[in-house]
Design a protein around this ligand. Structure first.
Ligand SMILES: Cc1ncc(COP(=O)(O)O)c(C=O)c1O
Length: 307
């Protein structure tokens, strides 16, 4: 007789609940104001990758967003591992999970003084890491397309605050999908410089050198950081700099970086081939080096999900 697996558990402000029962108020400032910060960490072979660094970045976001989580980084790390361990029995062999943190400024009753302090709402959950949407891009590369919408300037909302106010990114993504349903957006800043993707950072390779925008207009992605570290180990020169669309049109290689897929090659930019239109050697070396670091063949894992 087959047994129904137990429900996944999620944490909401002090309680570990079956995820269907994990709820927040309709007056929560995440809902009322989009006033929430976030982190997404992934596991490799069932081990969280750079979780402490994700939590450090989360606390930087919280500080600048003026949200007091009411718990220390050490407590949050401990609680996060409890949630992860509670759900570990549901992890199937070969699969990995996201570990997601959302922290809002708490309940925001309409009409009340927004300065009044409320306890933060802390949400932690895990979810199956579904890689099917990205899997084919490891081999053939994706189509990178610039959106009409520009980045919110960091002078208004610093791109380093990893926040849940995602309307600008969502619009940029839907605009590029009008051009190609499979397109991945390249969002420019208001001066026309390349900024980032709705959920990833952007790299170009030119004459053997890796180039990526400075964090003046993009999130300080931890995958971006991992690529910069791997580049150092592999002896690839790398530099943070301003990039224009011209630099992507004329690059030898282009790729995105983000927690779930790590490195996603782009072989077309606004309809033109990047380099020779194939996934490039530096992209492949970095993916290989990352797989060795993580102890998981990143490409094989994603392709296996396609069945
Ligand atoms: C806007 C944005 N840029 C970049 C990234 C990549 O960051 P990381 O490599 O830390 O996942 C993300 C991740 O979600 C993001 O939301």
């Amino acid at each position: 007789m087959s047994q129904t697996p137990p429900p996944r558990l999620a944490y909401v402000s002090g309680q570990l609940l079956p995820e269907d029962d994990a709820k927040i108020s309709i007056f929560d400032s995440a809902v009322m104001l989009g006033n929430a910060v976030t982190e997404s960490t992934r596991t490799f072979a069932g081990q969280p990758f750079r979780l402490e660094e994700h939590i450090r970045r989360l606390y930087r976001s919280l500080k600048v967003a003026r949200i007091n989580p009411g718990m220390t980084q050490a407590n949050l790390l401990e609680t996060t591992l409890e949630v992860f361990e509670a759900n570990r029995p549901l992890l199937k062999a070969g699969d990995d999970v996201w570990i997601v943190h959302n922290i809002s400024a708490g309940v925001s009753i309409p009409g009340s003084n927004p300065q009044q302090s409320h306890s933060a709402t802390i949400m932690i959950f895990t979810a199956h890491l579904d890689l099917r949407g990205w899997a084919k891009f490891y081999r053939e590369g994706c189509h990178a397309v610039t959106s009409m919408s520009r980045m919110i300037p960091s002078q208004a909302l610093d791109a380093r605050i990893k926040n849940r106010s995602r309307m600008a990114y969502t619009l940029a993504d839907s605009e590029t999908r009008l051009v190609d349903p499979d397109a991945q957006c390249v969002i420019l800043d208001i001066h026309g410089f390349v900024a980032e993707n709705k959920g990833g950072n952007i790299f170009a390779v030119r004459d053997g050198e890796l180039l990526t925008p400075t964090s003046e207009n993009c999130l300080e992605g931890l995958s971006r950081q991992t690529v910069l570290e791997l580049a150092g180990k592999l002896g690839f020169p790398a530099r943070e700099t301003r990039l224009l669309p011209y630099d992507l049109y004329t690059a030898d290689e282009v790729f995105f970086t983000s927690t779930p897929y790590c490195i996603m090659p782009a072989t077309k930019f606004n309809g033109l081939p990047v380099g020779d239109g194939q996934v490039g050697p530096m992209t492949k070396s970095l993916l290989q080096a990352w797989s060795e670091l993580a102890g998981v063949d990143i490409v094989a894992q994603a392709l296996a999900q396609l069945g």
